[in-house]
Design a protein around this ligand. Structure first.
Ligand SMILES: NC(=O)c1ccc[n+]([C@@H]2O[C@H](COP(=O)([O-])OP(=O)(O)OC[C@H]3O[C@@H](n4cnc5c(N)ncnc54)[C@H](OP(=O)(O)O)[C@@H]3O)[C@@H](O)[C@H]2O)c1
Length: 448
């Protein structure tokens, strides 16, 4: 490693330490809670662990790694960059994973870009160490208060090869295995993580196959589980041609559950129809409200999961559910149908206000839905059943597709950002932090 690289590493470590010492622990803990709500999904990145002895790895593993960072400055500027961080030796119950695939999900984009207006993005730095800056509108800075001047690692989930292990049997058993991991800070070349947060991928599965093993699969399964637990028999889903929506469609076909898919473009409707979807409604069509009411009547759907959040869609779904239910009403009630209708907003694709006309009686609810609180609610045993189904059907029901696989530096190129930043159907990117890196070796047992 050259001298300038070493200086940067030291600064990086000092920055975090100084931030924590200066009372920024709250920010870091908040980030941890946000992204890793369950005990087994410990949220801290290596640099966030207080009192952890920092010493470089021995043998084949490099002593430093590149990590993508997102920084919101008090001045109202977003800065994306690559930091050089020290690679920690795993503790007894930990493993060191060389990350080779990590998806850029919409929730990652939220942390990556913050409230920045990415149309103002500018590039600087070098090809190997690009820096991207963008302006954050003044009105949006209030929402950034919790992360001001904290350089945050990004990337909720990923997959790679275990190249180092602590002394415990569980950690040693993973050495050389290809694993999927959940725990934040995945846009990094090496990630030290508890062994029990690793999902060993089935034989033949690559890191790219396993990169999206947690967030979207468990959310799609969580929707079906929520539907059942709350007494509904069919569901409505919006932004339904998304990666997650395609998984949900496959689950519902497999489990024979009625699903009404809502998209906003004919191409997306065609895509889902080609995948066997029975009910697809295009929100841009002049006959949308009629089509949606018919599909809801045909399936009996009384629960919906809305990824758009803003605009009129959530209210339109409740309106159509009420219209479908009233078709079978034997007598008029001024309070509307007595059947409870529920919409869960679980994404924020449309950042505008949520608007609705309350014309769907009194038996309705609208609320938020998040994966990690849901997993906590159902408990570890039920969550494990869902995880096992994902592992068993990783390359079929829960397969994800990516438009491109990029290195950390490529992920910070403006033309790439313009594509994956759109959150459009089929445009999801995969980051391979080790793309082009020279270190391909797996150390022998105990090398860490
Ligand atoms: N709450 C949770 O715990 C949780 C967990 C996982 C995922 N999620 C959410 O699940 C959603 C899907 O994630 P993903 O990874 O599957 O996404 P994805 O594959 O990147 O697809 C995004 C989809 O959203 C559509 N879209 C984008 N902007 C839209 C808008 N303004 N109005 C309507 N549709 C829009 C796109 O359709 P077009 O091609 O028409 O633009 C595309 O089909 C995201 O909102 C994500 O945040 C939530």
């Amino acid at each position: 490693m050259n001298a300038s690289g070493r200086v940067q590493k030291v600064r990086s470590v000092c920055h975090i330490a100084a931030s924590v010492g200066a009372g920024r622990r709250d920010d870091l803990e908040q980030l941890a809670k946000m992204r890793f709500a369950t005990r087994e999904q410990s949220t801290r990145s290596p640099l966030q662990r207080p009192n952890h002895e920092i010493h470089p790895m021995t043998t084949d593993t490099p002593s430093t790694a590149l990590q993508l960072r997102s920084l919101v400055k008090r001045s109202g500027e977003l800065e994306l960059s690559l930091a050089s961080i020290a690679i920690l030796a795993p503790a007894a119950d930990e493993v060191l994973v060389r990350i080779e695939a990590a998806p850029i999900n919409p929730s990652d984009l939220g942390l990556l870009f913050g409230a920045a207006d990415m149309s103002t993005a500018r590039a600087s730095g070098t090809a190997a160490r690009p820096v991207v800056t963008a302006r954050i509108p003044d009105a949006a800075m209030k929402g950034m208060a919790g992360r001001l001047d904290a350089s945050l690692p990004v990337g909720t989930e990923g997959a790679g090869v275990v190249v180092g292990a602590g002394s415990s049997d569980a950690a040693q058993a993973l050495l050389g295995k290809t694993v999927a991991v959940l725990g934040g800070a995945m846009y990094t070349q090496y990630r030290c993580i508890p062994a029990d947060q690793c999902l060993t991928l089935p034989a033949g599965a690559t890191p790219a196959d396993g990169a999206s093993s947690f967030v979207n699969p468990l959310t799609a399964l969580g929707m079906v589980e929520t539907m059942r637990r709350e007494g509904h028999t069919a569901l409505v889903h919006t932004a339904a041609a998304s990666n997650l929506g395609q998984m949900l469609n496959r689950i519902c076909l497999q489990d024979r559950i009625g699903l009404v898919n809502i998209v906003r473009q004919q191409a997306q409707a065609d895509l889902l129809a080609a995948m066997g979807a029975t009910h697809v409604c295009n929100a841009a069509s002049a006959t949308f409200m009629h089509d949606l009411t018919e599909a809801i009547a045909a399936t009996g759907a009384t629960i919906a999961f809305d990824a758009t959040g803003g605009g009129k869609l959530a209210g339109q779904i409740l309106t159509c559910m009420e219209a479908a239910l009233n078709r079978n009403a034997s007598e008029y009630s001024r309070y509307g149908s007595t059947t409870h209708k529920q919409v869960y907003i679980y994404g924020g694709m449309d950042t505008g206000a949520t608007e609705f006309n309350r014309n769907f009686g009194m038996a309705w609810g609208m609320g938020g839905w998040l994966l990690f609180p849901f997993l906590q609610k159902i408990g570890p045993a039920a969550a494990q059943v869902l995880k096992q189904r994902v592992a068993a059907q990783l390359k079929t029901t829960f397969a994800s597709r990516y438009a491109a696989q990029v290195s950390l530096a490529e992920a910070l190129q403006l033309d790439r950002i313009a594509v994956y930043g759109k959150r459009a159907t089929g445009e999801k990117y995969l980051i391979n932090p080790n793309k082009g890196a020279a270190n391909d070796s797996v150390p022998s047992k105990g090398a860490a």
